[in-house]
Write a protein that binds this ligand. Structure first.
Ligand code: HEC
Ligand code: HEC
Length: 236
């Protein structure tokens, strides 16, 4: 064998190795390219969260710069292919309601459907979003310990005791309209994130309209039990 041919073999070998190691990063990169090109006009991918109301009002969609600490990957991948409205009155409630004699109603004509991705794009974008891990210091991994609460007790706490239902729907068409629906929240969000967010929403998003409800530590877990129970119901 000539010296040149002896060299080619290890070089091809190294090339293959590099290609293999590079593979997981590739989905990430493709996903990141899509995010930058098609999503960054409406979603903040870099942070920090808006520090003033004016900055908040300028936002067109929820922040995604801490997506990897917030969403469940499987949900992201499927929702991005078939997005369904999460906030019944759109991202900013006041932009999409009209006053009538019977009170405020949602002006559906102002609500536009969310863009959808192909299966392959959704896979790559979900991968890229899961790599965005800002605010990790607010998350205690494994903090949430699974447990049970009945739907009746859960609803009593959510509605009567704490008044959360003024802003959140617990089933389609039942509950408040200004916040995200909670009957799908346990499919969408990581349990440890929900604990942290309910404890102090402003730590994540200083100007957001979700009030700090000063929940007791024990209550945080019970609400997550409740959301998980709701997510097992089939409302569709
Ligand atoms: C025209 C503006 C716009 C563009 C472009 C856009 N989004 Fe959105 N996005 C929104 C709005 C508004 C919502 C809130 C929808 C709701 O509550 O029903 C949203 C919601 C989401 C959510 C759920 C977030 C949550 O916490 O509820 C994800 C994930 C998401 N978008 C990802 C993407 C990705 C990925 C792209 C690019 C491929 C993209 N979006 C492009 C406006 C946009
Ligand atoms: C004044 C209205 C209001 C009240 C009352 C309220 N929330 Fe919220 N909540 C919001 C808004 C607004 C958001 C965040 C919206 C966003 O990110 O777009 C939110 C977000 C959340 C989220 C994260 C959901 C998601 O999809 O991102 C959870 C969980 C939650 N609230 C639970 C509760 C609980 C539990 C209570 C009662 C103890 C409560 N909320 C009371 C308005 C409210």
């Amino acid at each position: 064998m000539s010296a040149a041919r002896k060299l080619v073999v290890p070089i091809v070998g190294i090339g293959l190795l590099v290609a293999l190691i590079g593979l997981p990063a590739q989905a990430d990169n493709k996903g990141m390219e899509i995010l930058e090109a098609r999503c960054s006009g409406c979603h903040d991918l870099k942070g920090p969260a808006p520090a003033t109301l004016k900055e908040l009002w300028a936002r067109k969609g929820p922040d995604l710069f801490y997506a990897g600490n917030k969403y469940k990957r499987a949900w992201l991948e499927s929702w991005l292919q078939k997005p369904k409205r999460i906030r019944p009155a759109g991202y900013f409630y006041v932009d999409h309601i009209k006053p009538t004699e019977d009170g405020d109603v949602i002006d559906k004509s102002t609500l536009k459907p969310h863009m959808a991705l192909s299966a392959e794009e959704a896979h790559d974008v979900a991968e890229a979003l899961m790599s965005l891990k800002a605010n990790s210091h607010l998350i205690t991994k494994g903090e949430y310990k699974p447990g049970k609460i009945s739907l009746t007790m859960g609803e009593m706490r959510f509605d009567k005791f704490r008044g959360c239902m003024a802003c959140h729907e617990i089933e389609p068409g039942y509950g408040g309209l200004s916040g995200p629906e909670v009957y799908t929240v346990a499919r969408r969000l990581q349990e440890d994130f929900m604990m942290s967010y309910m404890r102090d929403p402003q730590a994540w998003d200083p100007k957001i309209f979700m009030p700090n409800m000063h929940l007791r530590e024990g209550d945080l877990e019970k609400f997550v039990h409740y959301f998980r129970a709701l997510s097992e119901e089939d409302f569709e």
